[in-house]
Design a protein around this ligand. Structure first.
Ligand SMILES: Cc1cc2nc3c(=O)[nH]c(=O)nc-3n(C[C@H](O)[C@H](O)[C@H](O)COP(=O)(O)OP(=O)(O)OC[C@H]3O[C@@H](n4cnc5c(N)ncnc54)[C@H](O)[C@@H]3O)c2cc1C
Length: 451
């Protein structure tokens, strides 16, 4: 491997190693390959700083600002931003404290959801999170965070009651609804644009266990999805369902459609009663229904093999106000027309929809369903000629929705951010960005450019 020389930069006569006590890893160092690894690949940053304290974060930001290096903040490392070359990757993995104080849990900026769920379950508690254990609390929460508790308790961001934030200027702020309320608003859905969160404070809920069920779906999915939609309209908020139709991924994961349901609480009879209308549908068969611990239902998703990077995805996602018959027909039609495609739907509403639109930066509180579909861009399955057609087909479906959900948009295309927020929200985010990060140091994200 050819090794690029690292410039020993000076910031007010201090080198980076004098500014941080954590490890600085540069090309040529023994652990360079592991340091620049993120979940879906291997990046080419200029350097990686593994922060071991809040002061390290301040030192790294000071250095990056002086050297005009973009900062890529790495929480759980699941986003696509790690693939953008250059810049300083600020790895927060060592900020991994989890502390429970009554019904508030304080979580370090580099913690993953699996660790939070595990710790909280020891205390009979839970926080609304995503579905995968290794995803970072940082990226998921700052972008919103949709998971099994979204109807019961709202987004992960809706549980956020405070944060410790290191700003681009290196100030350490305690942020809450009572202190820097503008920043607090922006942290709930505005992404990693406003600083480095070194500690998240979440309000936790009582949770002993959940009821988890999988139902196989065969035959025409259209009437099934219409019935699922109608059932969820009046269902208790403890119930959240997803629908997934996938092609064969490998010999252990055959093609097929399924509904996965999660009931927040351990009352199996109540869960069964809520699911009864779905279990009575033609083409729907129960494959599993059991009381499980919450950490136990979080998926494990191994990091991609760098020699076999994940295929691209031609498609997208949207937050739908209504899962109309037309939307169902188009979504199922998209899946049927593209052999290597996946269709994923998730019910919203409940607590998610009761949060006032203007009280957080997250878009489309009126959405009742989230939809994501796309074809895996595998040579031989998706050809150059049909890629634009598939994308156009998806874009027409996206036009039915209210907004794009940034966290499930693994593209680094800067043009997408305007589809994630209303113009009013965008203007408010841009004004807050101008105040707190006028240099746009934090640009490795769905970037809000300072107004
Ligand atoms: C396998 C998989 C499963 C997923 N499941 C879900 C799901 O169930 N629900 C859902 O809503 N989303 C889900 N996502 C999407 C996920 O929310 C986003 O990819 C998110 O950005 C990942 O956060 P991260 O911290 O792991 O990623 P990173 O790449 O580390 O961070 C992403 C961005 O967040 C910002 N950031 C991260 N930590 C901090 C911090 N402490 N301070 C400031 N900025 C920070 C930075 O801007 C960074 O560019 C999933 C993604 C994958 C790959």
């Amino acid at each position: 491997m050819s090794v690029a020389p690292v410039t020993v930069a000076r910031v007010t006569d201090l080198s980076l190693s004098e500014l941080v006590t954590g490890t600085v890893v540069a090309p040529g160092d023994d652990d360079w390959d592991s340091a620049r690894r993120f979940h879906s690949g291997i990046g080419e940053p200029t350097m990686v700083v593994r922060a071991s304290s809040v002061d390290d974060v301040r030192g790294a930001l000071r250095y990056a600002a002086a050297e005009r290096l973009d900062v890529m903040v790495r929480g759980g490392g699941h986003s696509a931003w790690g693939a953008v070359p250059g810049g300083l990757t600020l790895d927060l993995g060592a900020l991994d404290d989890i502390r429970i104080d009554g019904d508030v849990v304080h979580v370090g900026g580099g913690v993953t959801w699996g660790a939070v769920a595990h710790e909280l379950s020891q205390h009979g508690l839970g926080v609304s999170s995503g579905d995968t254990a290794s995803v970072g609390v940082g990226g998921l929460t700052l972008g919103g965070g949709i998971g099994w508790m979204v109807r019961a308790w709202g987004l992960a961001a809706d549980q956020l009651v405070g944060a410790q934030l290191v700003t681009a200027r290196g100030d350490v702020l305690e942020v809450s609804d009572d202190s820097h309320a503008d920043l607090m608003w922006a942290l709930r859905g505005g992404g990693g644009n406003f600083g480095v969160v070194t500690r998240f404070d979440f309000r936790a809920h009582e949770l002993r266990a959940v009821v988890f069920a999988t139902l196989a779906v065969t035959g025409d999915a259209r009437p099934v999805l219409a019935a699922v939609r109608d059932t969820l309209r009046d269902a208790p908020r403890e119930l959240t369902v997803t629908y997934m139709d996938v092609p064969a991924m490998d010999p252990n994961a055959p093609a097929g459609a399924s509904i996965t349901a999660c009931w927040i609480g351990d009352d199996e009879d109540a869960a069964r009663a809520a699911l009864a209308p779905l279990l009575a549908l033609e083409g729907v068969t129960e494959t599993e229904l059991a009381v499980r611990s919450y950490p136990d239902i979080l998926m494990e998703m191994p990091a991609a093999d760098p020699d076999q990077p994940m295929p691209g995805f031609v498609g997208g996602n949207t937050l739908l106000r209504e899962l109309s018959d037309d939307a169902i027909a188009r979504l199922v039609g998209f899946r049927e027309a593209n052999a290597a495609s996946v269709l994923f739907l998730r019910s919203l509403g409940g607590a998610f929809g009761e949060v006032a639109q203007e009280s957080t930066a997250f878009p489309a509180r009126n959405a009742t369903w989230f939809a994501m579909a796309g074809a895996f861009d595998v040579p031989g399955l998706v050809h150059d000629g049909n890629r634009p057609l598939i994308q156009a087909e998806w874009d027409a479906i996206e036009g039915l929705g209210e907004a794009l959900y940034g966290n499930f948009t693994p593209s680094t295309d800067p043009g997408l951010v305007s589809r994630m927020y209303t113009p009013e929200t965008m203007a408010r985010l841009a004004a807050i960005k101008r105040e707190w990060d006028p240099q746009n140091l934090f640009c490795r994200n769905h970037n809000v450019v300072p107004a």
